[in-house]
Design a protein around this ligand. Structure first.
Ligand code: GLC
Length: 422
């Protein structure tokens, strides 16, 4: 367990002492456990919920935005049968693991109250484990390429379709602006690194599974993809070395300060980079495109996203469901999408004029969103991700070769499958 996880557990435990003190007899307090959201859009929703349901109070318990750290925090709390978790925001990649461990309430019956046919199929599938629904998709995510539209226009460039195009654009613009970074990614050793790396691998025609459905990452396509990323960082100065310590927010800040040409990130950046209140220096000069591919059209985006579930140890499942149902209402999801820049999970919102006015790119990139690809779906995903993070990060630091990293990952993942099954 990372030392930070212990620190947050102590912090969270203390906050519950205070909840206990303030609860009045007729009001039930439930906790809403989520990662920190830089747009803070869920706070408005909760205020509206409390107005509509005066007998329910919602205590927001925020954990760090780092998805890996959040995961470890919840695993520790669930393993201790912590009853203080009611509603929980779940990353798409945790659902199989948490459902199998028995930590989440099945939601099939309750979900009949929602227009399930209006939800995007990919996220619903990600919330389903062995034919049972364990969470409702709240917002979805897909990796995107942000660019400085003013600079590309000045130099007469179109959006890059291939990685070669991107390199050419960076090299040309940096000739005149050497202080600008080319492409920013999230390269720290944490979950975000895997999202970035999978996009490189898929966009070179690779995958973690071979044609027979067996795990095999050490392929020429994956090797070429990772080598390209390493060359960007270590040899060609397309990507600054600082990215090896960047998560989403660090890279967003550098981009919206106006210090980079390209940024790979999730949709929430659109709202913040175009909002002067967020301190952005690039308002109105931001474009969005699918991530480039090795060949024209070989675009790939990692499927991300957050889903709402109810802890199996919650003492307030009814109230918890009311909160989830409220968040899924058309109007609330719309508000959340507009204020937080998040991709809705309800299909009908993609043709809503107000949403499209605010985020016009939703229409152009809808195909990218619905074709976003899942990371390996297995209850052992967290361990697989740890194995990949360690070895890939070491390769990015130049401590082992790409080939060594890929072979070690294959050997360790195969050993994991032999021990626990898939
Ligand atoms: C975003 C995605 C999530 C992913 C995380 C990695 O929050 O929605 O799926 O695991 O980023 O940093």
């Amino acid at each position: 367990m990372k030392p930070l996880v212990g620190f947050f557990i102590i912090l969270i435990s203390f906050s519950f002492l205070f909840i206990g003190c303030t609860e009045d007899d007729n009001v039930i307090t439930i906790t809403f456990n989520v990662g920190r959201d830089p747009t803070a859009a869920h706070h408005t929703l909760i205020r509206h919920f409390e107005e509509q349901y005066p007998h329910i109070r919602v205590q927001v318990v925020e954990s760090p935005q780092d998805a890996s750290l959040q995961h470890d925090l919840y695993v520790t709390r669930f393993a201790g049968k912590d009853r203080s978790i009611d509603v929980i925001g779940l990353d798409v990649i945790w659902i199989a693991e948490f459902a199998r461990a028995g930590w989440l309430r099945p939601l099939n019956d309750l979900a009949e109250e929602l227009p399930m046919e209006d939800f995007l199929p990919g996220p619903i599938e990600a919330c389903t484990y062995r034919d049972t629904l364990y969470a409702i998709p709240w917002f979805t995510d897909a990796g995107l390429l942000y660019y400085r539209s003013d600079l590309l226009t000045d130099y007469g460039f179109e959006e890059p379709d291939t990685w070669d195009d991107l390199e050419n654009i960076v090299t040309t613009i940096r000739n005149d602006h050497p202080h600008l970074s080319g492409l920013l990614i999230q390269g720290e050793q944490y979950e975000g690194l895997i999202c970035n790396v999978m996009e490189f691998i898929w966009s070179h025609g690779g995958d973690v599974w071979d044609e027979t459905g067996e795990w095999r990452l050490a392929t020429p396509a994956a090797e070429e993809a990772l080598q390209r990323l390493i060359d960007y960082i270590r040899n060609y100065d397309i990507t600054p070395r600082g990215v090896l310590t960047y998560q989403e927010e660090e890279s967003r800040h550098v981009f919206q300060d106006g210090r980079a040409i390209f940024l790979r990130n999730w949709p929430y950046v659109w709202e913040l980079a175009n909002n002067p209140a967020s301190g952005s220096n690039v308002v109105g000069n931001v474009g969005i495109a699918p991530l480039p591919g090795k060949e024209p059209g070989l675009h790939a985006a990692t499927l991300g996203g957050w889903n709402l579930g109810i802890s199996a140890y919650s003492e307030h499942p009814e109230e918890s469901w009311k909160l989830i149902r409220f968040f899924m209402e058309h109007e609330q999801m719309k508000r959340f999408s507009i204020e937080g820049g998040r991709l809705p999970t309800r299909i009908s919102l993609y043709s809503d004029p107000e949403i499209l006015e605010h985020s016009p790119y939703f229409e152009d990139l809808y195909e990218v969103f619905i074709n976003a690809r899942p990371r390996p779906v297995t209850p052992h995903y967290s361990q697989i991700s740890d194995i990949m993070q360690v070895n890939i990060h070491r390769a990015l630091l130049g401590r082992i070769t790409v080939r060594e990293a890929l072979e070690r990952i294959d050997a360790e993942v195969q050993a994991l499958f032999e021990r626990y099954g898939r």
